[in-house]
Design a protein around this ligand. Structure first.
Ligand code: FAD
Length: 385
């Protein structure tokens, strides 16, 4: 149903993304999850297809995807592996940040290898004591003439185990600031973070910066831009990625549930012939379509630079990730004990859906921001004139 709202070109991309996911991702995702690792070969294939640099402008070597096409990529890959959408997410955030804010020198050094996928980018904002409350970061960039000295720790950084470039957020002279730190910088230690609830094959890591010296020229934008412009701009794409990945999880949950219900007999009849199970399937498919339309509207608003694009993106992330959690929970229920078995696809969907409600601004944070925008709108409407 949803495909009728896409352009012919977007439908062609979707077909290619879905074929790739069905052949290269979905059949292996449970094994990757159990091993807590995504093989480099699949990352290289994404890179060879140009999809890691999909969002970059053609003049920078990218495919010039619009936000809808980037969303479709996340949806298709998300139906195979939630963890792999983590790569699309953080890598694209770093890439778009440099494309939007980078100096000519930063673009020359860092953009081309990110676009080609030769180097993986990771987004290093969260600290143990400051996640959603990102104004309270304790990572410090100290002035050392032409250089900066970086000290601090970041945690739960997606694809940090394999990243070659980190976009790091902290304070410079008391101002929120973003800097680029190459992965081979002396003093930087990357320690794998294992045993997460979900996104198990997303190569999470803890980063320790101990007197890391980087050129001051690696500051992105200006000191003071870190949260207000750099992080928030990147998170538009991060939230689009999460919202559309949540569509993929809903699709996979619905497909697995419909197949199971159509083949599993209990008490002499198929689950699919039980009203309560049909009701679950009806709710899942309705929520999927509603989520798809909300995500499509948000991505189109982003492409059109609409005034309410941010609010729509927040709504799409909130709604789609919530519905992914609900769909995955129903999928586990329909599968019964099989759904609870380790290595079973639906148990992974259930765990990954929960992650989507926490990352890129927890869903409580989305509600706080949306609620504020709604209040402001109604208050403004009551003003005379
Ligand atoms: C799998 C995974 C991957 C991640 N990848 C990255 C990454 O690549 N880069 C990165 O920088 N970070 C990453 N993170 C971190 C993630 O973004 C943070 O965990 C998230 O922002 C929440 O921050 P927190 O954990 O500090 O929670 P807290 O800020 O401690 O919040 C805890 C809970 O309280 C709620 N809460 C907080 N304040 C309020 C309030 N005022 N009102 C109501 N409720 C409130 C929150 O919504 C949340 O549910 C990742 C996390 C996970 C689990």
């Amino acid at each position: 149903m949803f495909k009728r709202f896409l352009s012919p070109e977007q439908n062609e991309w979707l077909q290619a993304f879905e074929q790739f996911s069905a052949e290269e991702v979905a059949p292996h995702a449970d094994e990757w999850d159990l091993r807590e690792a995504t093989p480099p070969a699949v990352v290289q294939k994404l890179a060879r297809n140009g999809w890691l640099g999909g969002l970059a402008k053609p003049e920078n070597g990218g495919l010039g995807f619009d936000a809808v096409t980037f969303g479709l990529l996340n949806m298709a890959i998300g139906a195979g592996s939630g963890s792999l959408t983590g790569l699309l997410n953080v890598h694209s955030m770093v890439l778009k940040t440099i494309e939007s804010w980078g100096t000519p020198e930063q673009k020359r050094r860092f953009l081309a290898p990110l676009v080609s996928g030769e180097v993986i980018g990771a987004f290093a904002q969260t600290e143990v004591a400051a996640g959603g409350d990102s104004g309270n970061l304790s990572t410090r960039f100290e002035d050392a003439g032409d250089d900066l000295i970086v000290n601090g720790q970041k945690t739960w950084i997606t694809f940090a185990q394999t990243a070659g470039l980190f976009l790091v957020f902290g304070k410079f002279q008391g101002l929120d600031t973003a800097v680029l730190v190459p992965g081979d910088t002396p003093g930087l230690t990357v320690s794998a973070k294992r045993n997460m609830l979900g996104f198990k094959s997303a190569h999470l890591a803890v980063l320790d910066f101990a007197d890391c010296r980087i050129p001051k020229a690696n500051i992105v934008g200006k000191p003071g831009f870190g949260q207000s412009l750099i992080s928030s701009g990147a998170l538009d794409y991060g939230r689009i990625s999460v919202a559309w990945a949540a569509l993929g999880i809903q699709q996979a949950a619905l497909a697995a549930s419909a197949r199971r219900a159509g083949t599993r007999s209990t008490f002499g009849s198929l689950l699919a012939d039980q009203g309560i199970i049909r009701g679950y399937l009806a709710e899942m498919s309705g929520s999927l379509l509603a989520s798809q339309l909300l995500c499509l509207s948000a991505a189109r608003a982003k492409d059109a630079r609409d005034e309410d694009a941010l609010e729509q993106i927040l709504q799409a992330k909130l709604f789609a990730s919530h519905e992914a959690g609900a769909a995955a929970a129903k999928a586990v229920q329909i599968h019964g004990g099989h759904g609870c078995d380790e290595g079973n696809g639906v148990s992974r969907l259930y765990r990954d859906a929960k992650i989507l409600q926490v990352v890129e601004g927890s869903n409580e944070l989305q509600k706080m921001l949306i609620g504020k925008a709604v209040c402001n709108r109604y208050l403004a409407a009551e003003l005379p004139g």
